[in-house]
Design a protein around this ligand. Structure first.
Ligand code: FCB
Length: 441
């Protein structure tokens, strides 16, 4: 029987990713909280509520992460807690974040700090949100406060999480606040977010000499249903351009490309020390001349593919390899800042985890500079418009009692992290059906 162990570098970061609004609880001062109170906005009328109670007890989960042998954790700072009203800073909130980062350090866990992850202070929303004419300056002013306060504990900063998903959800698809369906407005929001990223990049470097600043970008694959059909191919290309490439072109190459805009974006050029890849799934795309609002395309799944719970999409691990290979052209460190699946009974997650880690290993063999992997997520959390219906946790959360129960995947991930390797023994123990896939012959 063929046997091989897939080794990772000893300094590889094995982490988990979280976002403040999804875990902290009682984030009453942002636009998501307000949105959750409106009828019909969130699946099954759920609200974030106490979430994972991190504002009071994040350390419970830090202990879990440490016990699993993790050496990295991505968490966010909530703008609406830090800047409670325009220009008004809550120093007690900043102290709490310092305490969290120190707590991670004490457990041998390196923090990555996200400065914006979908949630905006209500006062900003009331003034137009990311369409506010001064939003770039407002964001950098807040970032400066955070970096001054937390800079002692971290040098690894993620400016903004998924500007493309924030824009799509809020202004094109309409399932996120403010629930609009106007791509022209959406592209204006996206441009401001990317400008704010660049301004934050410069500001952080001015404040901290050894800062490493990046952005977390959601990459989704769009493949033509009929690969040789020029219109399907075109429809897939347009989606890829609009969703994936525009952000990269702006913050790496310094160009606005359609459909977001057209022309130079020089101040944004090369504003990345590392790239954060959030990878989940892919769509198949077919041209449809009637789907004008959807850029003339319809999405579907490969009928052969394994579909994830909650119709979240195809299990498509190869996309991890394809994305990493594409990003290698930048020749900067890459972190997989998010990857995971919703799966309450954990009957797919061990397989998904092994397959994605294997694809990441393949990219490393091709010299793609992947430096770390942050699984989404540690403990089940509030999944935006899907409420509590999509449990992404390695650890199951009982929302009523706050009790945590490890899923088998938590043990599997701990074993990978502790051994810096994917071994045949792990395959046999957690997903024996993968032997033929990962160790053929
Ligand atoms: C990503 C978000 C993250 C989480 C996962 C499942 O798009 O960044 O907050 O919701 O999806």
């Amino acid at each position: 029987m063929p046997n091989a162990t897939f080794h990772f570098p000893p300094d590889f970061l094995w982490g988990v990713a979280t976002a403040p609004h999804q875990v902290e609880g009682n984030n009453t001062n942002n636009q998501w909280w307000a949105w959750e109170q409106q009828e019909g906005r969130i699946a099954e009328g759920h609200t974030s509520g106490l979430a994972c109670d991190w504002w009071e007890h994040a350390e419970v989960d830090f202990d879990q992460a440490a016990a699993m042998g993790l050496n990295a954790l991505r968490l966010g700072v909530e703008w609406s807690r830090v800047e409670v009203a325009p220009g008004q800073i809550d120093t007690a909130a900043l102290d709490r974040y310092c305490e969290m980062l120190q707590g991670l350090r004490e457990r041998g866990i390196e923090p990555m700090v996200t400065l914006h992850h979908f949630s905006d202070p209500l006062w900003l929303t009331e003034q137009g949100g990311w369409l506010h004419p001064n939003v770039v300056a407002l964001f950098t002013r807040y970032v400066e406060q955070v970096v001054r306060a937390l800079g002692e504990f971290t040098t690894l900063w993620c400016t903004i999480n998924e500007p493309n998903v924030y824009t799509y959800g809020g202004y094109i698809g309409g399932m996120f606040p403010p629930g609009q369906n106007d791509s022209r407005v959406g592209f204006a929001v996206l441009r401001n977010m990317l400008r704010a990223h660049a301004a934050a990049y410069n500001r952080i470097h001015r404040l901290q000499e050894d800062a490493r600043v990046g952005l977390a970008h959601n990459m989704r694959f769009f493949d033509p249903v009929r690969p040789r059909h020029p219109l399907d191919w075109l429809a897939a290309w347009v989606r890829d351009l609009g969703f994936n490439q525009t952000t990269i072109k702006a913050v790496w190459d310094g160009w606005w490309v359609p459909p977001v805009a057209l022309g130079p974006a020089f101040p944004l050029r090369r504003t990345l020390d590392w790239f954060g890849l959030n990878y989940y799934t892919r769509d198949l795309v077919q041209f449809d001349h009637q789907a004008k609002g959807d850029f003339f395309a319809q999405s579907s799944h490969d009928p052969e593919a394994e579909i994830l719970d909650g119709d979240y999409g195809e299990l498509y691990p190869k996309g991890m390899f394809r994305a990493l290979k594409q990003l290698a052209r930048m020749n900067i460190p890459i972190y997989v800042t998010e990857n995971g699946i919703p799966d309450s009974d954990d009957d797919q997650r061990p397989r998904a985890l092994l397959l994605h880690v294997h694809q990441m290993w393949r990219a490393l063999q091709d010299n793609v500079p992947v430096k770390g992997y942050y699984h989404w997520t540690l403990t089940d959390n509030f999944e935006w418009a899907e409420g509590w219906t999509l449990p992404f946790g390695l650890i199951e959360l009982d929302l009523e009692t706050q009790q945590r129960t490890l899923r088998p995947s938590a043990d599997l991930y701990a074993a990978i992290a502790k051994g810096d390797a994917l071994t045949p023994e792990l395959l046999d123990a957690y997903a024996p059906e993968l032997r033929d896939v990962i160790l053929p012959g």
